[in-house]
Design a protein around this ligand. Structure first.
Ligand SMILES: NC(=O)c1ccc[n+]([C@@H]2O[C@H](COP(=O)([O-])OP(=O)(O)OC[C@H]3O[C@@H](n4cnc5c(N)ncnc54)[C@H](O)[C@@H]3O)[C@@H](O)[C@H]2O)c1
Length: 406
């Protein structure tokens, strides 16, 4: 029988499960681990508990062939990969910058769980987006658990796939790989070269960690610039989207699109990882985060002012329809969504309905069809879902997402 290389993947979420299913279809014997029994049971039936195109086919075929199994506990392997979440601590802020503090507890927990199974010669990979120094911290944790880290390879390779295109991008994207020493970098890069068609770029662990945070901070800063322009243009009665499209005709200018804020669990989160460790020195990155968060409050104020005018002219408060709730077009993901924040803020003051074609219910908000939504006195467009593209703005409606597509 073929002697397959074994890989144990910690975390069966949006990153871990697609990676597990891909590797199981590429000749690896994959052991997927999660703390959620529901996730484990679903995967072992050959089904999926997250939404991602093509993932169901990959999972079904690898479970049926026996090359992917899931369990609550890790198992002995040649390679271990950690792909657990890296959120914020919910109960405290950085004392210097008053900014969110990254929570790496899930990484520590997963590292401790694999320790009893780690053997000499194993490769241990961290894929979670992590503050600089986390891979070294992972090595220290393994040492504390009795592992001789001179006999194993430890490296970080940040994931940069786009949800909705994960199965393709896992293979096609270039990959940054950085080990805690040169041998680890080499061993990890050789592993990624077995399934990545993009270029595998070798560096050290800290640079690899910072590369991922830099990518998302770059986009956050650029969007903050666009959002700031949108606020200035509003005062000057200039159409910001026309302005940006003209400025972008310069061969070396590329301003991104303004919106009602920045959401999602990456761009609106990862820059804080830099701010947290920078002792007040990451001024531009911090200001960009705050500008993008402020844009959502600015949008709420604009809507309140429009509603006040309506009330003055009509003698009653308007009904408001928020068009879109997700953090970006054509998905159902509400994580850190500015549209959700805006809708919830408005619903404390007005009679608000929400049109979100990708979601059927949401506890604290009244979701309606867009035929019903269009009956509201004021429609505020927050997300450019493709279902909205044919809708026409009526007098008094507000467009914060560039529905006109210019
Ligand atoms: N989703 C993306 O598009 C994306 C893109 C690039 C990078 N990332 C990064 O990848 C990492 C994982 O993100 P995700 O979207 O897959 O998160 P996720 O929340 O979808 O999945 C994480 C999984 O890990 C499990 N888990 C938590 N602690 C565990 C433990 N100790 N042992 C085993 N399993 C455990 C959770 O139950 C969950 O199923 C994060 O650092 C994220 O920032 C995500």
């Amino acid at each position: 029988m073929e002697n397959k290389r074994k890989i144990c993947i910690m975390g069966m979420g949006y990153i871990g499960l697609p990676t597990a299913a891909l590797l199981a279809n590429r000749g690896y014997q994959v052991h997927g681990v999660d703390v959620s029994q529901y996730a484990i049971d679903t995967i072992n039936r050959g089904e999926i508990h997250i939404v991602e195109p093509e993932l169901d086919t990959f999972v079904r075929s690898s479970v049926q062939s026996g090359s992917l199994t899931a369990n609550i506990d890790p198992a002995e392997s040649d390679i271990f990969m950690i792909a657990v979440s890296t959120p914020f601590h919910s109960d405290r802020l950085n004392e210097v910058t008053k900014s969110p503090i990254p929570n790496v507890d899930y990484i520590v927990d997963a590292t401790k769980k694999i320790a009893p199974y780690v053997k000499s010669g194993n490769l241990i990979l961290l894929e979670s987006t992590s503050p600089v120094g986390t891979t070294d911290m992972m090595a220290d944790t393994l040492k504390e658990e009795g592992i001789n880290i001179n006999n194993v390879f430890i490296a970080h390779s940040p994931e940069r796939v786009l949800p909705g295109h994960i199965m393709r991008e896992l293979i096609e994207n270039d990959r940054v790989v950085g080990g805690i020493n040169n041998e680890s970098t080499k061993e990890a890069a050789d592993f990624y070269r077995t399934f990545v068609n993009g270029e595998v770029l070798e560096t050290n662990a800290k640079t690899a960690e910072m590369a991922k945070l830099t990518e998302n901070s770059f986009r956050d800063v650029n969007i903050a610039f666009a959002n700031e322009l949108s606020i200035l243009c509003d005062d000057m009665d200039i159409d910001v989207r026309e302005l940006i499209s003209l400025a972008n005709r310069h061969p070396r200018v590329n301003v991104l699109n303004p919106g009602c804020g920045v959401g999602g669990h990456c761009i609106s989160v990862d820059p804080w990882f830099i701010v947290d460790s920078a002792n007040g020195k990451a001024k531009m990155i911090e200001q960009a985060r705050r500008t993008n968060d402020y844009k959502s409050d600015w949008v709420v104020e604009k809507i309140k002012n429009t509603a006040l005018k309506f009330e003055k002219n009509n003698g009653s408060k308007p009904t408001i329809a928020c068009m879109g709730l997700a953090f970006k077009p054509d998905i159902d993901d509400l994580r850190e969504s500015p549209a959700l924040y805006i809708s919830e803020s408005l619903s404390k003051l007005f009679d608000v309905v929400v049109v979100e074609p990708n979601i059927s219910t949401y506890d604290s908000l009244q979701l309606v069809s867009y035929e019903q939504g269009l009956q509201a006195d004021i429609c505020v467009y927050l997300v450019t879902h493709s279902q909205f593209s044919k809708l026409k703005l009526k007098d008094g409606d507000l467009d914060f997402c560039g529905l006109k597509g210019n």
